[in-house]
Design a protein around this ligand. Structure first.
Ligand SMILES: O=P(O)(O)OC[C@H]1C[C@H](OP(=O)(O)OP(=O)(O)O)[C@H](O)[C@@H]1O
Length: 273
C-alpha cells in the first residue's frame, strides 16, 4: 500500500535520527513506503534542506548502486553556545565547590536532557573526523561518553583504575595524577580497541590533566590514533598541564573558598572557531 508524502517524511525523519552515520540505501525507503525511488529522492531533498536550515545535521547522498543517504547529527553554534552559557550560569549559582578545587557535577551528569544536548554538542565538534571509539575513564565520564557515542554511532570504551577479572586481559599504564602528584594506574581490556582505531577521549572534568594524559598513553599502547579530547568542564590549574590541544565546554574560572562560590564560564570550545 502506498504511503502519503507527509507520512513518509515523518517516518523517514524519525528513522534517520535513530540511525546516525548509517548508510541507508534509497531502496530501503522505497520498499518501506511502497514508493518509487524518484519520490524518495524528492522526500530526502526536503529532509536535507530542513535539517540544514534547522542545524539538525547533514544529510549526504552517496551516489551509485551501493549508495544511499547518511545522516550526521550536528547543532548550530548559536544553539550550542546558548546552552553552554545556561549551564555556566547554573553551575555558578549553586553550591558546588568541593575540596581540592573540584566541582560537584554528578547531579547534572545524570540528567538525560543535559546528556543528550552535551552528547550532540561534543559529537558536532568532530563532524568532519572519523571516530571509531569514544574513550573515557570510569566513572563520571561514562554517561558523557555514552551520549557522544550515540551521536557518533561509535562504541565507547571504559578505562578503569581498578583491575577486574571480568575485563579479561588488559593493557595498563601508569600516570601521574596531576592534582595529587601520585603515580596511578589505569587499564583497558585488550578486547576493547583494535590497532589503528581512531579514538576520541571525553571526560567530565579536567584539573591537572593527568587522567587525560594517561588515556593518551593508553591509546599509544594500543597503537591506536587520538582524534581529539573534549572535557565537559576544566578548572584552572596552577601547575603545568601536559596537554595543550583539548576542548572544554565549561571553564571554572574562579573559586572563592571563603564564600564557597565558583565562577563558571563557557570553555575554549568556542575560541577555536
Ligand atoms: O585532570 P585530573 O587532575 O587527572 O582530574 C580529573 C579526573 C578526576 C575525576 O575523576 P574521579 O572523581 O577521581 O573518579 P570518577 O570519575 O570515577 O568519579 C574526574 O572524573 C577526572 O577523571
Amino acid at each position: 500500500v502506498k504511503v502519503r508524502r507527509s507520512e513518509r517524511l515523518i517516518d523517514m525523519t524519525q528513522y534517520l535520527l535513530d540511525h546516525p552515520h548509517d548508510l541507508i540505501p534509497l531502496t530501503f525507503f522505497a520498499a518501506r513506503y511502497g514508493s518509487a525511488k524518484s519520490s524518495i529522492s524528492e522526500d530526502l531533498a526536503i529532509v536535507k534542506k530542513t535539517f540544514k536550515e534547522r542545524g539538525t545535521g547533514l544529510l549526504e547522498t552517496i551516489p551509485g548502486a551501493a549508495g544511499g543517504v547518511v545522516f550526521t547529527p550536528s547543532i548550530t553554534d548559536e544553539e550550542a553556545k546558548e546552552y553552554i552559557e545556561s549551564l555556566a550560569e547554573r553551575l555558578s549559582e549553586e553550591d558546588r565547590l568541593l575540596p581540592g578545587g573540584y566541582v560537584y557535577l554528578s547531579d547534572m551528569l545524570g540528567q538525560p536532557d543535559l546528556l543528550r544536548k552535551v552528547g550532540r554538542i561534543i559529537a558536532a565538534q568532530y563532524l568532519d573526523k572519523k571516530v571509531d571509539a569514544v574513550m573515557t575513564v570510569a566513572t563520571k565520564g561514562v554517561p558523557i561518553a555514552q551520549a557522544v557515542s550515540y551521536y557518533l554511532n561509535a562504541p565507547f570504551v571504559i578505562v578503569r583504575r581498578d583491575s577486574k577479572i571480568t575485563e579479561g586481559s588488559t593493557v595498563s599504564v601508569n600516570y601521574v595524577s596531576g592534582s595529587s602528584e601520585r603515580i596511578e594506574k589505569m587499564e583497558l581490556s585488550k578486547r576493547s580497541l583494535k590497532r589503528g582505531s581512531r579514538v576520541l577521549i571525553v571526560d567530565d572534568f579536567m584539573k591537572g590533566g593527568g587522567t587525560v594524559n594517561g588515556m593518551k598513553s593508553l591509546i599509544e599502547e594500543f597503537e591506536a590514533e587520538l582524534v581529539g579530547i573534549t572535557v565537559f568542564a576544566e578548572s584552572k590549574f596552577k601547575g603545568e598541564r601536559a596537554i595543550d590541544d583539548y576542548n572544554s565546554l565549561l571553564f571554572v574560572q574562579d573559586v572563592d573558598t571563603s564564600t564557597k562560590t565558583i565562577t563558571v564560564v563557557p570553555g575554549n570550545c568556542f575560541d577555536k572557531e
